[in-house]
Design a protein around this ligand. Structure first.
Ligand code: BGC
Length: 458
């Protein structure tokens, strides 16, 4: 039966998952909170970056965003009605430590404390991410993630958060998408902090991973029985055509190394992949990777968070002198597209997860889909989003049937929100947000997801 019947036929069968499967939704602090300098919050790199002329489409900023900081109760009520088991949100580091280190701001912690209590009262498990890209500006002034010290500051911040919330919060996510933060933020400069260093950004990968390892240790020390995850953006890498040449295959392998293996290998098998395609043959990366770091990074995870949006199609670089050993290409197939222009490829999720299982075997911990969703045009009748979710859940069920241990699914996103360089132009929410008034209106996809979750319990 074609997936497109899901949105129009309310009796169409829904995928079935185990009774203890966790149904969630995700957001991130800078994308929803607003209140950038309230209650002692310090500036983050996003507060700075959005003011750079031309950085964000139409000059949008997250100064108000969804105004979630003032609408927590309303948002938790939306989650309760949706029937969520868990909610993934992020803590804004500069709310907790305005200059990134040293003095703790109790009012910042109080905000998250209230959110956690409200979630628990609604029967929803809080699942915080410690870093979803809003680094305290004061740390960026010291070099940001190019500076190894940031990893240690991150662990100190993790300890502060875990000590305050750990009596009630058991599942923690350290970093969100270290690949995207490295490449968009430090490689190409299209996200904060807006540095365009190309391969000079590589130390950012190692320092984030080291920060993950140190923070994971700090959380475990503070929270007995804590589960610690990381949320990696992963992509299946595809050749553009069956007639791909040897150079295309080498390019695809190089891209897989940079996007996927650079982050998953050290976490899961304790070593970095061969980076010679990037001109790196020194295993210490010129002194960046120090003795003991990989042991810290590879301490066993309780779960691997996977954020999946679409596969990547790769060809050999048209201009090898341009600096990267691959080109990103468009697929030959005419896929449906989201309003962001991203191809809709549910079977990419099956391919990705079975590929992780094949690559890492028993070293792959249980998998959690920590983001999956799509941008669609404004409006409440978002059938394309329903089709997207249904298709991806079918794909997830197929991966599970092939032996991948999948524990939960968090859709991106609960609310329309500030979509980084795209400002408010891309709408990912189950709930529509009117950014002029802050009004929230559940979409058809909200009703569908609600029915799906309820159906799993019956
Ligand atoms: C990020 C989110 C973002 C989403 C859609 C992920 O890369 O974690 O913050 O909104 O993708 O672009």
């Amino acid at each position: 039966m074609p997936v497109t019947t899901r949105s129009t036929d309310p009796t169409a069968p829904l995928p079935r998952f185990p009774a203890d499967f966790v149904w969630g939704a995700s957001t991130a602090s800078y994308q929803i909170e607003g209140a950038p300098d309230e209650d002692g919050k310090g500036p983050s790199i996003w507060d700075t970056f959005v003011r750079r002329p031309g950085a964000i489409r139409d000059g949008h900023t997250g100064d108000v965003a969804c105004d979630h900081y003032h609408r927590v109760d309303e948002d938790v009520a939306l989650m309760r009605r949706l029937g969520l088991d868990a909610y993934r949100f992020s803590l804004a580091w500069p709310r907790v430590l305005p200059t990134g280190a040293g003095k703790v701001e109790p009012r910042g912690l109080d905000f998250y404390d209230r959110l956690v209590d409200a979630l628990l009262a609604a029967g929803i498990e809080p699942t915080p991410t410690l870093f979803h890209w809003d680094l305290p500006q004061a740390l960026e002034d010291e070099g940001g993630w190019l500076n190894r010290d940031t990893a240690h500051r991150f662990a100190e911040y993790a300890a502060v958060a875990a000590e305050r919330l750990g009596d009630r919060v058991k599942r923690w996510i350290t970093l969100n998408e270290p690949f995207v933060h490295m490449s968009f933020g430090y490689g190409f400069g299209v996200h904060a902090p807006g540095r365009a260093l190309l391969l000079g950004a590589l130390p950012v990968a190692h320092h984030q991973l080291l920060g993950h390892g140190l923070a994971a240790r700090a959380v475990r020390e503070a929270v007995p029985g804590a589960q610690v995850l990381i949320a990696n953006n992963c992509t299946p890498v595809r050749l553009r055509s069956d007639a791909a040449a040897e150079g295309d295959r080498a390019a695809a392998e190089a891209y897989d190394i940079l996007h996927n293996r650079l982050f998953n290998d050290p976490l899961l098998i304790g070593r970095y992949p061969d980076l010679s395609a990037y001109g790196m043959t020194d295993p210490t990366w010129g002194g960046v990777v120090r003795d003991g770091d990989l042991q810290t990074i590879s301490a066993p995870l309780d779960g691997l968070g996977v954020n999946y949006y679409n596969p990547s199609w790769i060809t050999a670089p048209a201009d090898p002198a341009a600096g990267l050993p691959f080109d990103l290409a468009e697929p030959e197939e005419a896929y449906e597209r989201t309003s962001f222009g991203w191809p809709v490829v549910p079977d990419g999720l099956t391919e990705l997860l079975t590929g992780l299982r094949a690559r890492y075997g028993d070293a792959l911990p249980p998998v959690w889909i920590t983001e999956s969703g799509c941008a669609q045009p404004a409006g409440l009748d978002d059938r394309a989003r329903i089709d997207y979710l249904a298709g991806h859940l079918d794909a997830l069920a197929r991966a599970a049937a092939q032996g991948v241990d999948v524990r939960g699914y968090f859709t991106w996103s609960l609310l329309d929100n500030f979509e980084w360089a795209e400002g408010f132009h891309q709408r990912f929410g189950l709930v529509e947000v009117d950014f002029a008034t802050g009004g929230r209106t559940p979409r058809a996809s909200y009703a569908w997801y609600r029915r799906l979750i309820a159906s799993q319990r019956s």
